[in-house]
Write a protein that binds this ligand. Structure first.
Ligand SMILES: *Cc1c(COP(=O)(O)O)cnc(C)c1O
Length: 377
């Protein structure tokens, strides 16, 4: 061992690469959580389609016909006609000329912003945008302005000063950690007035929001300046993501989007599941049950019906963990959301309601929230 430093992976990794986080900031993977008789109030499977018999059966049929993997990039050997059908049906439903499915929402946003923006582009991003949009913006090398959450006057002032030839406004639709929505009409007006494209990622809104589940851009679908992103991982109960826009833009993405070109195509069984979920969403039974649960909760607590997401503000990381513990003792699984997922000092419980909850479970949630120290929300 002369001259060699003994390598103790535990010590070396912690000291040099991963400084151990403080106990109340530590994240953990615990697959058993939520499976011990707790009622889950933190799932994004808003419509309960994850294990809906029609969705499962559609996926199983493709599994048996085609196997698991796609076998390659979609540009080489990994494409399947069902991905095209799903993209077409999504485009048609949401009012766009064309669509493209790509990996997951994380992969899609990282590739999409890189494909749309370069150092001659100015990006204008809501400060509370999802991490995938932030990472895409960083990787693109574009000039990158972040405006305060939903402060469109600040955005307009920035746009008015911008001298870059290409401008892209980027925002979540329904904000995942706050449960509030971007003002799409205002954003489209700003995009028109300042010659910008508008990218809306409505991962949580599509399937749940708008009278018929078409999300926060309902009524604006197909606008020539709008690029709409959605995921199959939330209300669709599956895995995958899609982008909808003018056909010329979608064609351009196929040429340039690195996370499409250099990644294995998603399993075709996920396209089959996506199509079956889309059919359920368009029929609307699950969404009606979700709406009834949202209304019941609003009535019990005397608050407005806004979205399936309730951000129960707490503040400190430790208090948020304690609050999650209290709910666990009431038989409910809700995870404490802490920085850096949300800004420092705004740790919270992110409570979601789904179509699967019974009225009794919603009433029990409301009672359990009374056991928490008074919180805004
Ligand atoms: C969840 C989420 C994503 C990521 O989508 P995945 O399909 O889970 O990778 C992207 N954008 C927003 C706004 C999200 O909430």
């Amino acid at each position: 061992m002369d001259g060699l430093v003994a390598f103790d992976p535990a010590i070396t990794l912690q000291d040099r690469w991963f400084a151990p986080p403080p106990a109340d900031a530590r994240r953990s993977l615990e697959p058993h959580r939520g499976r011990q008789g707790l009622v889950c109030f933190c799932s994004n499977d808003y419509l309960g389609l994850r294990d809906h018999p029609q969705v499962v059966e559609a996926a199983a049929r493709l599994l048996h016909a085609r196997g698991v993997g796609s076998g390659g990039s979609r540009l080489i050997s990994g494409d399947h006609p069902l991905w095209h059908r799903l993209a077409d049906e999504l485009a048609c439903w949401l009012g766009f000329e064309a669509g493209l499915t790509v990996g997951s929402g994380m992969l899609l946003n990282i590739g999409l912003i890189q494909a749309l923006a370069d150092r001659h582009t100015a990006l204008f991003c809501d400060r509370l945008n999802h991490a995938s949009l932030i990472d895409g913006a960083r990787l693109s090398g574009a000039r990158h302005h972040r405006f305060p959450h939903r402060d469109y006057d600040a955005l307009e002032a920035r746009l008015a000063r911008c001298r870059q030839p290409r401008r892209l406004i980027v925002s979540d639709g329904l904000f995942s950690m706050d449960g509030d929505c971007a003002d799409i009409r205002r954003l489209i007006e700003l995009a028109e007035r300042h010659d910008a494209l508008l990218l809306i990622d409505d991962a949580h809104g599509i399937g749940t929001m708008g009278g018929d589940g078409r999300g926060v851009t309902t009524g604006a679908g197909g606008h020539p300046r709008l690029v709409l992103v959605g995921t199959l991982g939330k209300a669709f109960g599956g895995y995958g993501a899609f982008v909808l826009a003018r056909r010329a833009l979608i064609d351009g993405l196929i040429q340039r989007m690195r996370t499409l070109i250099y990644s294995t195509g998603a399993p075709p069984l996920l396209a089959a599941a996506g199509l079956a979920a889309l059919a359920r969403i368009r029929e609307g039974h699950e969404r009606a049950r979700l709406a009834a649960n949202m209304e019941l909760f609003a009535r019990l607590r005397g608050v407005a019906v806004e979205s399936p997401i309730i951000p129960w503000s707490i503040g400190s990381d430790r208090a948020a963990l304690e609050a999650a513990d209290i709910l666990r003792r009431h038989g409910m699984e809700v995870v404490a959301i802490r920085p850096p997922t949300v800004p420092r000092g705004t740790a919270r419980l992110r409570i979601t309601r789904t179509a699967r909850h019974t009225p009794e479970q919603i009433a029990a949630l409301s009672r359990a929230l009374d056991a928490l120290r008074p919180a805004a929300g």
